[in-house]
Design a binder for this molecule. Structure first.
Ligand code: 13P
Ligand code: SF4
Length: 301
């Protein structure tokens, strides 16, 4: 382990590289990263960095977003097999059909999507700014994709007409109302903090709903001592580290994103040493996708 950490430090300095990691990454990866955050914070960071090389530890669409925003930089994806199953649930052809059926609608695409789908969108959003973006758009009708649970969360907080897409996160969607009941029996009077990718009936029981960064902020500022966490288990690492006197319980043992766990120290070290795997995106697609991401950064900050 220490050998890999030394190797990472050596090549990081030699390459003028920075390591970004999502809040769901394995604990060891979070510990060696320069910046750990939610999807929105990571996109902001990727757009502003001075480093020549960005190593993105997360799932494919995250490294892809960094490359879209920083085309002149080398963006390395240490694990190209780390894919977001929800991002794969939205395809360009179906989106084009939907746009043709609703030409008056704006297309708001969750960042958990491919570059091709982003390129067909008016604006991107993350779980932390989805409501703000939908509200800020002049259109009354919104095609929202790919997450139907996030779409439903937004729908409940806006008067706009939301056209849903049949996508979901297999990890968050696996949490049921039974899990809520079981946890409430074991930990009565404990606050439930959940990610908006969870089902509507689960969110209805939550004391706080937000992105991974939102959950971290809420737990930090709350006077409560104990929390039930309705998001991927990787967030527990920061929650416990930043709040050593508080207790955190995972809402369901199913809250593991296998793709997020594919990154290892060895893979990060190898990515830096060999400058692999470089994220490459067709320039036409990248340029269109950049517009949708930049629109989000301008509207959703
Ligand atoms: P955040 O935007 O909250 O970081 O979530 C990303 C994600 O993939 C949730 O499953
Ligand atoms: Fe995708 Fe769900 Fe994993 Fe997030 S937790 S990366 S939405 S599969």
């Amino acid at each position: 382990m220490f050998k890999q950490i030394d190797k990472i430090a050596k090549y990081k300095a030699e390459r003028n590289a920075v390591i970004l990691a999502h809040n769901y990454q394995p604990d060891l990866i979070q510990d060696i990263a320069d910046y750990v955050g939610d999807s929105f914070g990571l996109s902001q960071k990727a757009a502003r960095l001075e480093n020549e090389v960005i190593v993105f530890c997360g799932v494919n669409f995250m490294a892809e977003s960094a490359k879209i925003l920083s085309p002149d930089k080398i963006v390395l994806n240490p694990e190209i097999n780390a894919d977001c199953p929800m991002a794969r649930m939205a395809g360009v052809e179906k989106l084009k059909e939907l746009k043709a059926r609703h030409p008056e609608a704006a297309v708001v695409t969750y960042v958990n999507s491919t570059a091709e789908v982003k390129a067909e969108s008016d604006v991107c959003c993350t779980s932390s700014n989805a409501v703000k973006i939908v509200e800020a758009l002049p259109q009354k009708k919104i095609i929202f994709l790919p997450d139907k649970n996030l779409a439903d969360y937004v729908n409940k907080r806006t008067n706009k007409e939301i056209i849903y897409w049949e996508g979901f996160c297999p990890t968050h969607h696996s949490v049921t109302i039974e899990d809520i009941k079981t946890n409430k029996d074991i930990y009565p009077d404990t606050e439930i903090l959940a990610h908006p990718e969870c089902r509507a009936e689960v969110l209805a029981e939550a004391d706080y709903i937000g992105s991974t960064a939102g959950i971290l902020n809420y737990a930090r500022e709350s006077s409560a001592q104990s929390f039930i966490i309705g998001t991927e288990m990787g967030l527990l690492h920061r929650l416990k580290k930043e709040n050593p006197a508080k207790d955190f319980h995972l809402l369901s043992s199913q809250l593991i994103c296998r793709d997020m766990k594919k990154t290892s120290l060895e893979k990060v070290a190898s990515a830096l040493e060999n400058l692999e795997t470089k994220v490459e995106i067709d320039e036409k697609i990248r340029h269109k996708a950049e517009k949708a991401l930049q629109a989000m950064l301008e509207m959703g900050d």
